[in-house]
Design a protein around this ligand. Structure first.
Ligand code: ADP
Ligand code: MG
Length: 727
């Protein structure tokens, strides 16, 4: 019988890309055609209802029943005119993926049937799915959870060959009002950010009434041929290879990055980009990444809530479109040991309704004081809550990246670039002198900030949080994760910090200090207090790990421990004060994350067991048997030790590795039994990390050695050179 690997290799080498056609030659002509955007709302609604909807989007005002009916009717009409037959509330449960439950517009009525979509169905639904992770908040016997419409993210139509569905972005909350998803807390954090930032803006510009946090997400991913993927149970079940010797050629020649995009991959990219563009996702950039078969795409930045909905949708689309091209998209943070993993850089800034980016240095000193206020408060917030930020990016898959000498380290630090470092140092050591006070010429006290920082900010790729000219870039986010978690945290901590800033400044003003002096005095103090988080050097080096330790910065390498920060006293205070999470919600989330951690390791452990026992060991023994036959045959025809030594040597080498594989596997199995019996989630997660996962590398090391010895034609798993270089 032919092995799955042989069949897969044959298939992979005879691929023909499907024809890819855009709806029109110009992107501007089809961008957003599947989105119920403001223009379509305006066309479909009365002026009055439209304006109410817009103010609900901008100010979060509630929409009454009657207006909801109007909006639902307009939405239905538009969706049906585009061929949609069903609608769904689209939400982001804590599983990390998106969820939907479709209902038909159609309803039997009297002697016929009609298409219906009431306002109430738009605004609220009760998905009967009781098995989303809820961390104990929702007992299954009272499994009610509600999805509620988020008007700030527009409805869209999801197309597939079999039909079209109107998707309505929603939050997902329990019967008792606790968040069961990523979106609900994010919206609260963005709200807190808006309010706090607008308040601080008032010191500088009274015309600012709204601040939107913006996000541009760079998405890295790998592609692999579908047939080869299906022949790797580890990829199918865990998203990463649990075995496999690195190919002789990896990324050492650096010939893939920004190289020309392989034809078959290019067809896939154009295809999913077209689908994304129809859905209003403003994709702009595509290129090869560092590792073979690794790529990246990035849209133009948008308001955070929308940017995240779009990223979630994009990941989904990529997967769907990839099937048409016989590719599988690997969004896992570390699909292949030995080459780079994938991240999701989160570019973050704050933009006012007057169009100003608060993180862009301005033309005038006055603008620069405003810039400094937001800039320094962000640094201070990250310094205060570095552990929480670390927790927000923790996952079993991201553990492979953080600190693994290729991605940002697990130590949170901030890179500013030389010029801004000098500016901050100058302020720290300057004296806000009396003379300046009297002259009212304080602006001279602010160091000159070069306006064009973009080219000056040295690209320090080893920093987890870097300032890049007019935005901060959080680089430690994992490629498969929902950016809501880190963005909820980042906006919450900065919002909280801005509130404190205002209190501190107002205190000085009340004491009779001039406003600008008060601002600069507090900024100066914050610069001093948050200095330790700033680091310009190589984040991968041991010197930095040592230095960071001296500075008292945490270096938390594994998820179960990193997650502690979610339920610390400090975080609880922050989240409850800002109304983003209740204590109960925090504990529920903590529990869910810990469970997900050990469950994923449990799956990996099982797959390792299965592959070893049913693929690697049989292939090894079969090859060993053929060598034994060989030895016997050699002896039979009268050849002596000098000839049989070679196969005998291989036979015993095989046995050595096989022995370690088998004993480690047995030890892992025993450890799993112990870990499985631990009731408490944190202890269980730590036990899985320390007692079970610790065997993975040993088993793999020796299995990979066997891969290098065994006859290639009987090795059952597609090899790295095949996974990474057949395109
Ligand atoms: P890189 O050079 O880091 O690879 P890319 O051009 O691939 O950068 O992506 C940068 C991302 O940052 C894009 O999504 C871009 O839209 C986004 N971006 C640019 N300016 C801002 C800003 N002010 N706020 C948030 N994101 C921004
Ligand atoms: Mg980047």
């Amino acid at each position: 019988m032919k092995s799955l690997r042989t069949i897969a290799l044959k298939e992979a080498q005879s691929r023909v890309s499907p024809e890819v056609k855009a709806p029109s030659a110009r992107i501007s002509e089809f961008f957003g055609i599947n989105v119920f955007d403001k223009k379509k709302m305006k066309d479909g609604l009365s002026k009055e209802v439209y304006e109410k909807l817009i103010s609900s989007i901008d100010q979060g005002e509630l929409i009454n029943h009657e207006d909801a009916n109007h909006i639902a009717a307009a939405m239905k009409q538009w969706a049906m005119s585009k061929g949609a037959t069903h609608y769904t509330h689209w939400f982001q449960p804590l599983t990390g993926t998106t969820a939907e439950k479709h209902d038909a517009f159609f309803e039997p009525s009297g002697d016929g049937a009609i298409e219906k979509f009431a306002g109430s169905a738009l605004v609220q639904q009760e998905p009967d799915a009781s098995s989303f992770p809820n961390g104990g908040i929702r007992n299954t016997f009272e499994a009610r959870g509600y999805t509620a419409w988020d008007p700030s993210s527009p409805a869209f139509i999801m197309e597939s060959a079999a039909g079209k569905t109107l998707c309505i972005p929603t939050v997902f909350v329990s019967y008792t009002g606790e968040a069961l998803d990523y979106k609900a807390p994010l919206l609260k954090a963005l709200n807190a950010m808006d309010k706090a930032a607008v308040d601080v803006c008032q010191y500088f510009d009274k015309s600012i009434t709204k601040v939107n946090a913006s996000l541009g997400i760079e998405q890295e991913y790998f592609l692999v041929d579908m047939a080869l993927y299906n022949a790797r149970p580890d990829l199918v079940l865990t998203g990463r290879t649990l075995f496999g010797e690195m190919a002789a050629k990896g990324q050492q020649l650096e010939d893939h990055y920004f190289g020309s995009i392989p034809e078959r991959v290019f067809a896939f990219m154009v295809d999913f980009e077209n689908e994304a563009l129809k859905l209003g996702i403003p994709l702009k950039t595509r290129h090869n990444e560092v590792a073979p078969m690794q790529f990246e795409c990035a849209p133009i930045y948008e308001e955070i809530n929308l940017a995240i909905d779009h990223n979630q949708l994009l990941m989904d689309l990529m997967e769907k479109v990839a099937r048409r091209h016989n590719f599988k998209v690997l969004l896992h943070e570390k699909p292949y040991a030995g080459i780079n993993g994938s991240g999701k850089h989160n570019n973050w800034s704050l933009i006012t309704d007057t169009g100003k980016n608060l993180l862009a240095p301005g033309k005038t000193p006055k603008n620069n004081l405003m810039f400094l206020a937001f800039f320094v408060n962000t640094i201070k917030a990250v310094h205060e809550h570095a552990d929480l930020l670390r927790a927000s990016i923790a996952s079993v898959s991201n553990d492979h990246r953080l600190g693994a000498n290729e991605a940002p380290p697990a130590i949170i630090s901030i890179f500013l670039g030389q010029q801004l470092n000098e500016v901050l140092d100058e302020i720290e050591h300057s004296r806000i002198s009396k003379k300046i006070k009297e002259d009212n010429a304080l602006w001279l006290g602010i160091p000159k900030i070069p306006q064009i920082l973009l080219d000056n900010t040295d690209r320090n790729r080893t920093s987890p949080f870097a300032f890049t000219g007019n935005k901060f870039e959080l680089r430690a986010v994992g490629s498969s994760s929902n950016s809501s978690a880190p963005m909820t945290v980042l906006n919450a901590i900065v919002a909280d910090q801005l509130v404190k800033f205002k209190v501190d400044v107002d205190k000085l003003i009340k004491k009779g200090e001039k406003k600008d002096i008060a601002l600069l005095t507090v900024i100066k103090r914050y610069i001093k207090e948050s200095k330790d988080i700033r680091f310009e050097g190589n984040g991968y080096s041991q010197e930095w790990a040592d230095e960071a330790e001296k500075r008292g910065l945490s270096n938390i390498k594994t998820t179960p421990v990193a997650l502690d920060a979610y339920v610390s006293e400090k975080s609880t205070e922050l989240f409850t004060k800002t109304n983003i999470f209740s204590k109960r919600e925090l504990h529920a989330r903590h529990e869910i994350l810990l469970d997900s951690y050990f469950l994923k390791l449990q799956i990996e452990a099982r797959v390792i067991g299965e592959i070893t026992n049913t693929m690697i060991i049989p292939a090894t023994i079969a090859y060993q048997n053929s060598l034994i036959e060989n030895v016997k045959g050699l002896k039979e025809i009268g050849l002596g030790k000098e000839t049989t030594d070679i196969p005998v040597g291989i036979i015993s080498k095989i046995s050595e590795h096989l022995n370690v594989v088998k004993t480690s596997l047995d030890a892992m199995l025993a450890a799993r039994k112990v870990s499985n019996n631990i009731a408490e989630s944190r202890d269980k997660a730590i036990s899985y990390d320390e007692q079970v996962k610790s065997h993975f590398d040993t088993i793999r090391y020796h299995a990979d050695k066997l891969e290098q010895i065994i006859d290639d034609s009987v090795w059952p798993l597609p090899k790295f050179r095949e996974l990474l270089f057949i395109k």
